[in-house]
Structure formats: C-alpha cells, structure tokens
Design a protein. Structure first.
Lengths: 112, 113
C-alpha cells in the first residue's frame, strides 16, 4: 500500500537507552517531517527534511537527531531516552510545501 | 508554541446533526488545513484553504476562512457515527518556505447514533 510506514508501532525504553524510529514513504516525496503528539497539546514539530541529505530543526529538537540518507527514509534517533520523551511520534511527508501531508500511523513510545 | 487554537475542545452530537468547530491562529498564513484523527491512528488530511480563499467545500465538509479575524471554521453536515474523531487545524505561515505545519490542540467530536 502506498503511503507512510512507521516502525516500530510500540516501544518501551528504559531511561538512558537509545533507539531509532524509522519512517519510510513510497510516494517519492521530497519533504518529510517528524512530530510528537502529547495529550492536550496537538502536534509539535521535532525535525524536518526538504530533500535527501538535508535536515533542519523544528520547534522541539532537543534530545533528538535525524538523518535522511535516502529520499524515501527519514530516521529519528533518541540517543539517551528520558521520561519527557514519552509520546506518540508521527512522521509525515508531502511532495510540495503548502499541500496536505500524508501521515504515518504513529509510534507510541514510553520511557520508564 | 501552538499557532492554532480550536474551539470547542470537545463536542457531542447526535447522528444527523451538524458539527461546527472553530480555529483561531496568531500569525499571517499561506494556508490553513484541517485533519481528522481517529483514536489510535494517524492524521488524515481533509481540506486545505488558501489565504486568498474564503470558503471551500468537500463532500459534507465546509470550511471558511476569515483572515481579518485570523479564524477558520469547519462544518460537518449530517454527521455520522463514523465522524467520531479528533479534528485539528494546522497552518503554514507566509514566511515559511518548507511547509511546516503548526497545529492546534484539536476538537474531540463524538457522534452518537
């Protein structure tokens, strides 16, 4: 199925552990974004990429790193997880800015 | 900081009724978008309205935009139980070249049969 695929769907981490969330899209989209969703706060932008090999910081980048080595993949890394990073993470992509995004189904991350 | 603020935070209606929710934003925009999120799922794009447009329709959805008041409304007509979801408005600022969306906190809509 065409769209945005996120892996894993669920994960529990211990404080201090590291992990990588993978976002893959098969629509040849240039623009990809990572958001986190917390209760009552809507979605906040973590990092984004406007093309292969490029990344930039969003609104809440601290504690996260990203890479876009291939156009179809956008990776979000947590080097040393903290309980404040407990959240649902969404990846999104679009072919052109100012058009609607396609979202993945999310990764629910709990840091204990 | 959030750009958009939705009102009301929650809405409960009967099937067949209309549902109206509002969104206010703070800075000048290029466009405003509405998304739906079913429980435990990703967001689905519903409709986009550009800053030079005042009203758009898509099926049972009607969106208005008033840039002078920095506000938008989403109307769902003849609601169905399947419309139960959270609805988010999101904006792209005029100075933004990369399409970064800024979301509000959402309106939770429950449609009872």
């Amino acid at each position: 199925n065409a769209g945005v695929t996120q892996t894993p769907k669920f994960r529990v981490l211990k404080t201090g552990q590291s992990m990588t969330l993978l976002c893959a899209q098969d629509m040849n989209h240039e623009y990809m974004y990572w958001y986190r969703q917390d209760p009552g706060m809507g979605l906040r932008l973590i990092h984004y990429s406007v093309g292969e090999g490029t990344t930039a910081k969003g609104e809440v980048p601290d504690g996260y790193n990203v890479s876009r080595l291939k156009k179809q993949n956008f990776l979000l890394g947590l080097e040393s997880a903290a309980p404040s990073q407990t959240s649902v993470y969404f990846c999104a992509s679009t072919s052109v800015p100012n058009y609607g995004y396609t979202f993945g189904s999310g990764t629910r991350l709990t840091v204990v | 900081s959030q750009q958009g603020e939705e009102d009301p935070q929650a809405l409960s209606i009967q099937e067949g009724e209309n549902a109206t929710m509002n969104c206010s934003y703070k800075t000048s925009i290029n466009n405003l978008q509405w998304y739906r999120q079913n429980s435990g799922r990703g967001l689905v794009h519903l409709i986009l309205i550009r800053s030079n447009e005042r009203e758009k329709h898509s099926g049972r959805l009607r969106v208005t935009l008033d840039t002078s008041k920095k506000s938008s409304s989403l109307l769902i007509t003849a609601s169905r139980a399947a419309d139960t979801a959270s609805y988010f408005c999101a904006t792209v600022g005029t100075t933004d070249s990369w399409g970064k969306l800024q979301f509000g906190a959402g309106t939770q809509v429950v449609v009872t049969p």
